[in-house]
Design a protein around this ligand. Structure first.
Ligand code: 4NP
Length: 164
């Protein structure tokens, strides 16, 4: 999950997808990063922490880091929050860029529309709640598609059912 600062949107997306994956019995490793490095080492924004907690998800222990091109090697899929994140990830990845491994998160809900998860950084608390709602719905869709076998990417990690 990638956004600009890795303190508002992508920590929420990491926390929400990880939480839903665990609940679904999927042993996925979900992480997040920012294309910018300004907030490296910082916890998520206090309003992201608050809104996540309100919804039963603890993101307080996350720490921001910058996206690295090696993330293409370590992760099955990369979701970005908006089109500028997409352009930045492409630029930062050089030869490791793989177009079929990256998409905007909201394309899971609105395929092909390239809608952005709006950046709540400059706004008030209600913006964080709206962002949470969008991320929550998109992550439901990711899990739903995976379970139905209609996801477009392979997930390397094994889920519980395949271990049994
Ligand atoms: P995010 O929001 O990309 O959702 O984490 C931002 C956080 C910090 C800044 C910009 C966006 N910033 O300019 O520091």
């Amino acid at each position: 999950m990638v956004c600009l600062g890795n303190i508002c949107r992508s920590p929420l997306a990491e926390g929400v997808l990880q939480h839903k994956a665990w609940k679904a019995g999927l042993q996925w490793s979900v992480e997040s990063a920012g294309t910018g490095a300004w907030h490296t080492g910082e916890p998520p924004h206090h309003l992201s922490i608050k809104v996540a907690k309100h919804n039963g998800v603890d993101i307080s222990k996350q720490r921001a880091r910058q996206f690295a091109k090696e993330d293409f090697l370590n992760y099955d899929f990369i979701y970005v929050m908006d089109s500028s994140n997409y352009i930045d990830v492409k630029q930062m990845s050089g030869k490791l860029w793989k177009e079929d491994k990256v998409d905007l998160l909201l394309n899971e809900l609105y395929p092909g529309e390239n809608r952005a998860v709006p950046d709540p950084w400059y706004g008030k608390e209600d913006g964080y709640h709206s962002v949470y709602e969008l991320i929550d719905k998109a992550c439901d869709k990711i899990i739903e598609k995976y379970i139905a076998g209609s996801t477009r990417y392979e997930v390397k990690s094994t889920d519980k059912s395949s271990n049994e």
